[in-house]
Ligand binder design. Structure first.
Ligand code: ZN
Length: 308
């Protein structure tokens, strides 16, 4: 068992329209866009990052908006609903706010005693806003006040036909099974950040997911620094996982491996952070390009649609 993983770092999903995606996260959910850059492997596609003021680990939702991508079909073998934390008692304010934006599939329920607001994003991406006592300072610069603002991630669901291997992996990663409710098993990493929950959703007869717009592409876990990351990489390799070399993603260092349930996991560092190439006050405003794509700036600036 390893103890370097602190909870979620970021979650990356797919979208079909950059402008709608940006509007949903900044204007509806009230997050801050903290980086406007491009996909390393497909530089004609944006990579948009949303989070708290500085993009703290455990708050960062990122998207690859592939123009006109077909919509994903939810199923097993993928990360499911993404849950964000909101202040206790703020569900009604969110229901009222989201109804005003004609939000799809808006409803409420409770899981493990925590009230949740359920909603879909522009591509049918499934989200929950989970009431909890969360000490994190929220971003409030996008028109959502402190009394209700999203604090960051709470958790993510993993939809599986069989839990056993994924339970083993999470346990290896330092998570502990905390509770079971129906077909949901809750795992929590002790001494982690506030985004320290993973829920496994057991769907033995579930159809397999087809990835597309609205699907989660991968789930990234946080480690403090590159030394801790190398320890995690060694431990995963020793356990038989195929892990990529360390990849420089400009704002963090990343390694990737696929879980037995078919979900792509990443382990990312806190360093160097999103302010490495622009001031905190102006995060997310200018188009930032990875150095190997800088020579494409003129072409990409013409290809990428304006976000507003
Ligand atoms: Zn990632």
């Amino acid at each position: 068992m390893i103890n370097q993983i602190k909870g979620l770092h970021h979650i990356t999903s797919l979208a079909s329209n950059a402008r709608e995606n940006n509007a949903f996260f900044t204007q509806v959910l009230g997050l801050r866009r903290i980086k406007k850059t491009v996909n390393f492997d497909a530089p004609d596609v944006y990579h948009l990052y949303y989070g708290d003021e500085v993009g703290s680990a455990g708050t960062v939702m990122t998207y690859f908006p592939f123009p006109n991508a077909s919509t994903g079909i939810p199923g097993v073998g993928e990360a499911g609903r993404t849950s964000m934390s909101i202040p206790t008692g703020s569900s009604q304010a969110w229901l009222d706010r989201l109804a005003g934006f004609d939000t799809r599939n808006l409803s409420q329920d409770s899981r493990f005693g925590q009230a949740r607001v359920l909603l879909d994003g522009p591509d049918g991406d499934q989200f929950a806003l989970v009431e909890c006592d969360d000490e994190r300072t929220p971003w409030t610069g996008s028109g959502v006040g402190e009394a209700m603002a999203v604090r960051g991630f709470h958790s993510i669901d993993m939809r599986l036909r069989d839990n056993a291997a994924s339970e083993e992996l999470l346990t290896f990663m330092g998570y502990e099974k905390q509770d079971i409710q129906g077909n949901i098993s809750r795992f929590v990493v002790p001494d982690g950040n506030e985004a320290n929950v993973i829920d496994l959703e057991l769907l033995p007869e579930g159809p397999h997911a087809a990835q597309g717009a609205g699907s989660v592409h991968h789930v990234a876990f946080a480690v403090e620094n590159r030394a801790r990351q190398l320890e995690v990489r060694e431990a995963l390799l020793d356990t038989g996982y195929q892990v990529t070399p360390v990849i420089d993603r400009d704002y963090f260092y990343a390694i990737y491996f696929r879980t037995p349930g078919g979900i792509l996991f990443e382990v990312s560092t806190h360093e160097p952070g999103f302010d490495r190439d622009e001031d905190t006050a102006n995060l997310g405003e200018a188009l930032k390009l990875p150095s190997q794509h800088e020579h494409l700036r003129a072409k990409l600036s013409g290809l990428l649609e304006p976000l507003t």
